[in-house]
Design a protein. Structure first.
Length: 256
């Protein structure tokens, strides 16, 4: 009789536990309360906890990985802009980091296509010098030197002489201030790619001319040797005025 009573009490206790679990757990999951489950091993009087899983809303809560700190060794860069090579403009760029935290750098750009046809009736000549101060964005401790997003303020100036048609051309001087935003991506220890787009305002004062070869009457020369001035003018272009698709080689900054 006592054994039956004990079994009845145990069965009643188990039924109440199951009922409480069924009614309580779904409400805790929907409300976002954590449910902790553990796998345990009992060896005599000692309890070992193998692992603990915290469930929030019915799904395991994963911890975010700790970001890895990047190598902060300083480097300087030698570049060439592939976009300018696309219009047959040989060019070179230099970039140096400034400061101890790699948040600033300065870049200089130079290009000078200087082509002229043998009869002096067509020409593509330009001399450009530019400089840009860059601010590197993001948490720099997680980026290497000269890596990641950057925004810069740039200024360029130069001289040009362009003849698109036979002996019909323009020459003059220009200034080109712009704001540049870009991203530099590391390809390895020494190689990288730098992408950027500049928006600003190009201003030029030009001189329109015709070559002397378009006036053949009375001439015996075989070449176009003189320019006949036609008019002066000013041209202003507000908008995108600089494209940068540069391949970069990085040099280690050696300290003495």
């Amino acid at each position: 009789m006592m054994q039956r009573l004990q079994r009845y009490n145990q069965t009643k206790k188990m039924a109440w536990m199951v009922l409480v679990f069924v009614l309580t757990v779904p409400q805790m999951v929907l409300a976002g309360h954590p449910i902790v489950t553990q796998d345990t091993i009992y060896i005599r009087d000692t309890v070992y906890v193998k692992h603990t899983t915290v469930i929030m809303g019915g799904k395991p809560k994963k911890e975010k990985p700790t970001p890895v700190l990047a190598d902060q060794s300083k480097v300087w860069a030698l570049k060439t802009n592939l976009a300018l090579w696309g219009v047959v403009a040989p060019n070179i760029q230099f970039e140096l980091p400034l400061g101890h935290d790699n948040r600033w750098s300065i870049e200089a750009e130079y290009f000078q296509p200087w082509f002229r046809w043998s009869d002096n009736t067509r020409a593509t000549q330009c001399l450009n010098l530019g400089v840009e101060a860059r601010r590197w964005l993001g948490k720099r401790q997680y980026h290497r030197c000269l890596e990641g997003w950057h925004v810069g303020l740039a200024f360029a100036a130069g001289y040009y002489n362009i003849e698109w048609k036979k002996s019909d051309g323009y020459q003059g001087e220009y200034i080109n201030p712009y704001v540049n935003i870009g991203y530099q991506y590391r390809l390895g220890k020494h190689w990288a790619m730098d992408f950027g787009l500049g928006v600003g305002c190009l201003i030029t004062k030009y001189r329109h001319y015709l070559g002397s070869s378009v006036f053949p009457e009375g001439r015996t020369e075989a070449h176009d040797d003189h320019l006949m001035w036609q008019e002066n003018g000013t041209f202003v272009w507000p908008g995108p005025n600089h494209v940068n698709i540069s391949i970069v080689y990085l040099f280690n900054w050696k300290k003495k």
